[in-house]
Design a binder for this molecule. Sequence first.
Ligand code: NAD
Length: 500
Amino acid sequence: MNHVDILAACGLTQNGLTGGTLSVTTPVDGSEIARLTPHSTTEARAMIDTAHAAFLEWRKVPAPRRGEFVRLLGEELRRQKASLGALVTLECGKILQEGLGEVQEMIDICDFAVGLSRQLYGLTIASERPGHAMRETWHPMGVCGVITAFNFPVAPWCWNAALALVCGDPVIWKPSEKTPLTALAVQNICERVRAEFGEDAPEGLTQVLVGERDLGAALTAHPSVAIVSATGSVPMGRAVAADLAKRLGRSILELGGNNAMIVAPSADLEMALRAIVFSAVGTAGQRCTSLRRLIVHEDVYDALIPRLVKTYEGLPVGDPLADGTLVGPLIDVQALAAMDAALNTARSEGGTVHGGGQILTDSHAAAAYVRPAIAEMPSQTAIVHHETFAPILYVVKYRDLDDAIAMQNAVPQGLSSCIFSTDVRETEYFLSTVGSDCGIANVNIGPSGAEIGGAFGGEKDTGGGRESGSDAWKGYMRRQTNTINYSRELPLAQGIRFDI
Ligand code: NAD
C-alpha cells in the first residue's frame, strides 16, 4: 500500500490533510504526508468547556454502561487493526509488527476496562462508634487531558482513555505534533462508536487537539481539566508538573527511562541474547522501556558480547512496512544527530563503539536509517546516565551483584529493569527492597513490552505515575469517605465529649 492508501484506509482523506501550517512527515522516506491546521488556544479552551459539559452528563451514566462504550471501542479497533497498525508504522516508523502490536495493546486495555467497569470497588470500614458504618466510594473525577509522545502514538492514549471513560471522565488528547494523524484516525473510530452507542454518550466525550506544546500547556492551565496524564520527556514532565502544581491539579507522569539488564553468571545466554536484541533495537531504540544499559558479569562477558556484536551486524535495517525488517528508521534527522553526538561522547569517555552511523539509500534519502550501536564502556560514564532516544546499548562489566544493582540504580530515571539469572537467591534479591529501584523489575525477560494487566510506570525522573492495569484506575477517580450514623445517638469520634 502507498502512503495515500494507508491514510485513506483510516478515513483520512486528502482534502482534510492539506493547507495548514503543521507539517507531518513520515520517517519511512522523510516525505511530507500532511499539512494540518493546528487548533488555537482559544479553540482548545472551547473544547475543554465542551468536555466539561460532557462530564456533567457522562458521570450520571452507570459505570457498566460506560464500559459498553469501551467494549464497542475495542470491537471497532479489532476491525481497524490492520489499517491503524499500518498508519502507526507510516507516521512513527516502527516496524509493522510493532505497529500492529500497539493496536493490539489498545484492544487489550479496552477488554480490561470493560471488566473493570463492574469492579470499581470501594471498601467497607469498621467504625469505632456504635450504630455507625463507614465506607469508601469512588466517583468520576472530571475531564482527563492526555498528552502523548511520538514513539507510542496511540497505545498510551488508550491506556488512559479506556480507564478514564469507564471511570466517568471525558478525554481530551493532545498527541505529539510529530504523530497527529494516528490520533485523528482514532478520533474517527471514537465518533463511529459514539454514534453506535446512542444518545447517552455526549458530544465531546473524546476530542483531539492538533498542535504543538502550547496546546498541552492549555490543558495543564485550565481548571476544568481535573487530571493531566502526560507521556514524554523528563523536561516536558517537569514543566507539566510545575504548571499543575500552581493550581493543584492531578498529574499522571510517564517520562523517560534509562533501562538496564543485569546478566548474571548463571544466565541462559541464548535467552538473554534474544531479549537484549529485541529490547535494545525494537522501535529503533525509541521506546521509553528500551534496553540502554547492559551490566554483564565478567565470567560471561566474553561468551556474550562478541556474539551480540555479530548479531547486530546482521540485523535487517530498512523500510518498516516491508516484511523481514527488524529495525526501522529514527523519527527524524535530529534524532540521528543526537545518536551521533552520544556515540562521539561515548568514544571520548573511553568507549569502544561497534555499529552506528547512517544507512543511506537512494529511495529513502531524506530518512534517518541507522545501524544500531553497541558501546563497550570502561564504567558507567556521564553519557551512560543520559537517555539518548536511539538504538545505543552501553555495556559495562561487573564482578559483585551489589555493585551491579548499585550501577543499575545510579541513573536519574527509574522506569524498567531486569535480571537474567537462574539463581533464585539472585533473582529474589534483585526484586527485594534492596534491589532494583524501578517501577518495573523483571526476571529472565527484557525491560520492554509490558503487558497491560500490570500497573505501568516508574520512579524518580520517570515521574511516579501509573497507568494501565492493577489499580491504576484510581488515578482517574475521586475517593470519598462516607460515615453513616444509623443510631439514635451522636457519639463523637476519639471519645470526645461536647455537651450542650
Ligand atoms: P516530548 O516531551 O518532546 O513530547 C511529548 C508531548 O509533550 C508532545 O505531545 C509535546 O507537544 C508535549 N509537550 C512538550 N512540552 C510540553 C509542555 N511544556 N506542556 C505541555 N505539553 C508539552 O517527548 P517525545 O520526544 O515525543 O517522546 C520521547 C520521550 O517520551 C522519551 O523521553 C521517552 O522515554 C518518553 N516516553 C515515556 C513513556 C512512558 O510511559 N514512561 C512512553 C513513551 C515515551
